[in-house]
Ligand binder design. Structure first.
Ligand code: SF4
Length: 277
């Protein structure tokens, strides 16, 4: 079965609905909002409606599960790229209930639920202290302030895998209090990356190295997704015109494609458990 998502760390993407409202600085240049606008969907902000889908859409993961089961493999599903599963709105309740049933019916898929609202998780999932093994719960942590607001709620969830998306990484992050040698108390996987797009905020390479080093010390998996729009100038061979200096680092605006995703001479694509590779 082919990988059909362009996102490096997942095989598939599933959206139970489209639409959301911004909650923190990581949302400022929300690509999902821009994409929805581009295709004529007015679903952003607290007063806008959300967009829902029919049975054909909801059957996609069932098909992915069957194909994975036939091949004896596991597949990761990122849920959701165009919404936040844990947004609190009355009309989303029935769709979330449908999502929980779908997750339970597709055990060959690992469902990566990524949220900026982890404080809502406990009251919205039906699983109490016994979650299905195929649920990975993650939250965004773009800087220390938002890590400290969100990660404690993430750590309360008894998910098989708990992960952080530090993308766009907007400041230095000390995760030491959230990484533990006891898996029951720890974050298991950290994804990091810089912002992409013309108005991107630059990322100090030392912030990424700090996260990578902390993960290595704590035996947590680390994935470096991208530099984003800005890349350390020393990684480029050609002279650059658009260069800024951030904390002593010269960063060139070259765009995500050219910037690449090599950090200290290699790519970082670690996954939390070998069985999920
Ligand atoms: S929570 Fe996610 S989907 Fe919602 S506005 Fe923020 S970045 Fe966009």
């Amino acid at each position: 079965m082919a990988k059909d998502s362009k996102i490096e760390w997942t095989h598939h993407t599933f959206n139970p609905w489209w639409g959301c409202a911004k909650v923190s600085p990581a949302c400022t240049h929300c690509y999902a909002e821009a994409w929805a606008k581009r295709v004529g969907s007015t679903v952003w902000g607290k007063d806008a409606p959300r967009r829902f889908f029919g049975d054909a859409h909801w059957n996609d993961p069932v098909r992915w599960h069957r194909e994975a089961a036939l091949q004896g493999v596991r597949r990761r599903v990122f849920c959701a790229s165009m919404a936040d599963v844990f947004e609190r709105r009355a009309e989303l309740h029935q769709w979330r209930e449908r999502l929980w049933r779908l997750i339970e019916a597709t055990p060959s898929l690992d469902w990566l639920l990524l949220t900026k609202r982890p404080h809502n998780v406990r009251s919205m999932v039906p699983w109490g202290a016994s979650w299905p093994e195929n649920v990975w719960l993650g939250c965004t942590a773009e800087n220390q302030i938002w890590a400290d607001k969100r990660v404690p709620a993430l750590l309360e969830a008894p998910a098989n895998v708990r992960f952080l998306s530090c993308e766009p990484l907007l400041g230095p992050l000390d995760l030491s209090r959230y990484l533990s040698s006891d898996p029951a108390q720890s974050i298991h996987w950290v994804i990091a990356g810089g912002e992409s797009g013309a108005h991107s905020r630059p990322m100090n390479p030392e912030w990424v190295r700090g996260l990578r080093n902390e993960c290595q010390r704590a035996n947590a998996a680390f994935h470096f997704k991208q530099w984003g729009h800005w890349v350390p100038e020393e990684l480029l061979t050609e002279q650059q015109r658009n260069v800024i200096v951030l904390d002593g680092h010269r960063l060139a605006a070259v765009g995500k494609g050219k910037a690449g995703r090599s950090l200290d001479g290699r790519t970082w694509d670690e996954l939390p458990f070998k069985r999920h590779a």
